[in-house]
Design a protein around this ligand. Structure first.
Ligand code: NAP
Length: 341
């Protein structure tokens, strides 16, 4: 079958994304073939396009970690009744396509109350936030969590989970996103792009510090994030957005600079401060899809109960994937940007 895909042909600016026609094989044993109605864009896709994503396979590459659509065929060993059902799926690359084959273990029934764009906004953002806040962060009712980059897809998912848990939330974001975040239930919005925001966070906690920080910025930001932890506080690190402003050699230098600014956390200093530091990389959980399924079941229950509220900032046709990337890189998005083939 002929399909349309957005391909990164060489690393660089958004114009390097090319719409191409490719052949899709019938689904292999254990796979479902999904006709894509919406594909989520993640910041990792942008880093991959810029040539800065270490987990990306060699080019040419079709990125995309999540889709929502309709099952059109199944391979042997997969229940025929899946054909015709609306689903959302985690995809290990390949999501920027009009159709693709996915192992059935990564496929979930789409909640009827969600549009395909909303459903495609769930997998990566909510699973990452669940792993950060619940699985590794141990966030509890009454705790205070600092959500760095709260206006991102993961940031908004983390806010939903923090509210569900009953934690108090402080979020950093560009100032223009504060009204939206507050209306969505963030307790305190802080501008991390001007001045020393750590003082504001410490003041908001009467100088006690917070129980959990989740930080996808990397470099120097990890040091600042740790500085606002109270005793028994945990720092969850999960990205290097700070490295992403450039592509090519300048991008590589920025990445090296971000890496050089990463703090070293000495075990003794963690012991003496009664603090913890941990990392999350959802892309390294492919060997444990059964665990991801269990987390996803809880997130999808949250859709039914109403506390999971995926927010679609905007959607673009596949042919305009470059414009979608530009929109995110210009820091104009709040929540998820999706492609609709
Ligand atoms: N480790 C994992 O498993 C995992 C999984 C998912 C995501 N992540 C990471 O989490 C972060 C958020 O991902 P996402 O897909 O949710 O992001 P997203 O929705 O695309 O977030 C975009 C927002 O990031 C902020 N930002 C911060 N630094 C930026 C920069 N240098 N250039 C452009 N925007 C910047 C901007 O918000 P402001 O204007 O408010 O600054 C922008 O609106 C990324 O670092 C991503 O790599 C990690």
């Amino acid at each position: 079958m002929d399909i349309r895909q957005v391909v990164i042909t060489s690393a660089g600016a958004p114009e390097r994304l090319r719409l191409q026609t490719s052949r899709l094989d019938p689904p292999a044993p254990g796979e479902a073939q999904v006709e894509v109605v919406a594909a989520g864009i993640n910041f990792a896709d942008i880093l991959a396009r810029q040539g800065l994503y270490p987990d990306a396979p060699p080019l040419p590459l079709v990125v995309g970690y999540e889709v929502s659509g309709t099952v059109r065929a199944v391979g042997t060993g997969v229940e025929e009744s899946l054909v015709g059902q609306d689903v959302l799926a985690l995809t290990r690359f390949g999501g920027y396509s009009s159709a693709l084959n996915v192992p059935v273990a990564q496929v979930f029934a789409k909640p009827e109350v969600l549009s395909h764009a909303e459903a495609a906004s769930i997998p990566v953002a909510y699973l990452t936030a669940w792993q950060l806040l619940v699985v590794q962060g141990g966030l509890r009712e009454g705790d205070t969590v600092l959500i760095q980059n709260a206006g991102s897809g993961v940031g908004l998912a983390a806010l939903d989970i923090a509210r569900h848990v009953g934690a108090r939330s402080i979020g950093t974001a560009s100032a223009g996103k504060h009204d939206f975040l507050t209306a969505r239930g963030l307790d305190h919005a802080v501008d991390y792009r001007g001045g020393d925001w750590t003082r504001e966070v410490r003041a908001l906690t009467d100088d006690r510090g917070v129980e959990l920080v989740i930080d996808p910025l990397g470099g120097e930001s990890f040091r600042r994030s740790r500085s606002v932890l109270g005793s028994t506080g945990r720092l969850g690190m999960y990205g290097v957005s700070a490295a992403s402003s450039n592509q090519g050699l300048r991008g590589k230098l920025q990445l090296a600079r971000t890496a050089a600014l990463m703090p070293l956390f000495h075990p003794v200093s963690l012991m003496n401060a009664n603090q913890g530091a941990f990392g999350v990389n959802l892309g390294h959980m492919w060997g444990e899809v059964d665990r991801l399924r269990r987390w996803m079941e809880q997130v999808l229950e949250g859709v039914e109960s109403g506390w999971v509220r995926p927010h679609v900032d905007s959607s673009y046709p596949l042919a305009d994937a470059g414009r979608a990337h530009e929109h995110i890189e210009a820091r104009r998005s709040t929540g998820k940007v999706v492609l609709e083939p």
